[in-house]
Design a protein around this ligand. Structure first.
Ligand SMILES: [Zn+2]
Length: 75
């Protein structure tokens, strides 16, 4: 079973965080479809799929709080 590793990356167009494979070239932003390349890496730490999901979620929640204050509905 091969274990993929990902970096946290930030979309240059919509500024949302997502993951990019450490070995991949580029991917499309899941939010706006912009091309995200290794240059858009937001960290040099590599995560596995599960760790990445947590990091992306936390990073985007911080963004949401900054850009658009609103009530949280808990879970
Ligand atoms: Zn985007």
């Amino acid at each position: 079973m091969s274990k993929l590793k990902y970096f946290l990356a930030k979309c240059p167009r919509c500024n949302k965080f997502t993951g990019i494979r450490t070995s991949g070239r580029s991917r499309e932003c899941p939010y706006c479809g912009a091309r995200i390349s290794q240059r858009d890496r937001a960290s040099s730490t590599a995560y596995d799929g599960v760790g990445l999901a947590d990091v992306v979620k936390a990073a985007n929640e911080l963004l949401d709080e900054k850009e658009e204050p609103r009530d949280t509905n808990g879970d």
